[in-house]
Ligand binder design. Structure first.
Ligand code: G1P
Length: 298
């Protein structure tokens, strides 16, 4: 049982090919695409660390070395900035390294998200843990992960984050059938289905890229065969857990209404860059008046 145990580990699957962003991602991992001036993955790691998850495991694959380099030291650059007394840039260089304890595991054979999460089994052990998908950015002011961690500790089950989407968009997501729980601000998940056709979807509640999982998910993933797209789907393992009434079983959900950006999608990526830049002290004052003028021309 996981009650009264602290959740300390985050798993970030980052082995995907990023084909939605070709040709930019031909030689560069999609997670390294800059959102204003930081790679998308740095926001995700920072979110995990903010929630108290200091131990971060990234599941990478071939051509992802830039991710390891980004979270490593660069002694030559650091020494030259220090010699110049450029503390501001030095702090920026050190930001990613200072975030926490980051580990890497390589998914040799990319067989889907469920398989990527299974690659974390040895590192995570018998503890509840968070999963953050690198494509999803959650606004810095949100406390989604903290809320989900509380629900995991209260229920001992697994927790997903759901967001309402337009019914026709549900086929891009895992979809949940839920029941409200009296007196609670989270819901019980009755069933989950990966990327259903809109006419078959049980709701318009989409799974977004944050999970807090019971370690029981590993046993289930080991028994989960290929699902949609021939891949081992995390959603399918969670569907099995949703039907499991033994300790560690059960799936719950937090409904999220805050800011979320899918940086794996071009339009959503552009919106993320513009919104985050507008909110920045150093860039907002220059960008906002220009945007207003530009919008008049559209
Ligand atoms: C994955 C999951 C899906 C979830 C989505 C959230 O799909 O399989 O259930 O809704 O992330 O972003 P992907 O976007 O990797 O195809």
């Amino acid at each position: 049982m996981t009650e009264n145990r602290q959740i300390t580990k985050a798993v970030i699957p980052a082995a995907g090919l990023g084909t939605r962003f070709l040709p930019a991602t031909k030689a560069m991992p999609k997670e390294m695409l800059p959102v204003v001036d930081r790679p998308a993955i740095q926001y995700v790691v920072a979110e995990a660390v903010r929630a108290g998850l200091q131990d971060v495991l990234m599941i990478t694959g071939r051509s992802k070395r830039a991710l390891e380099d980004h979270f490593d030291r660069v002694p030559g650059l650091e020494a030259s900035l220090a010699a110049k007394g450029d503390d501001e840039k030095l702090a920026l260089v050190n930001e990613a390294t200072a975030l926490g304890d980051i580990h890497f595991v390589r998914q040799i054979d990319p067989q889907g998200l469920g398989h990527a999460v299974l690659c974390a089994k040895r590192h995570v052990g018998d503890e509840a843990f968070a999963v953050l998908l690198g494509d999803d950015l959650i606004g810095e002011q949100e406390s989604l992960l903290e809320e989900m961690m509380k629900v995991q500790i209260a229920t001992g089950g697994s927790v997903v984050a759901l967001m309402e989407v337009e019914p026709e968009s549900i086929s891009a997501y895992g979809c949940a059938d839920v029941t409200e729980i009296d007196g609670e601000d989270y819901v019980k998940v009755n069933g989950l289905v990966e990327k259903p056709a809109p006419e078959d979807a049980p709701s318009n509640l989409a799974i977004i890229g944050r999970y807090v999982l019971s370690p029981k998910v590993f046993e289930v993933l080991e028994q989960t065969g290929p699902g949609r797209g021939g891949e081992i789907q995390l959603t399918d393992a969670l569907e099995t857990l949703a039907q499991d009434t033994t300790p560690g079983g059960g799936v719950y959900a937090v409904k999220f209404t805050g800011r979320r950006y899918d940086t794996g999608d071009k339009l959503s990526y552009l919106k993320a860059v513009v919104e985050l830049a507008c909110a920045r002290e150093d860039l907002g004052s220059g960008l906002k008046p220009w945007l207003k003028e530009f919008a008049k021309e559209l």
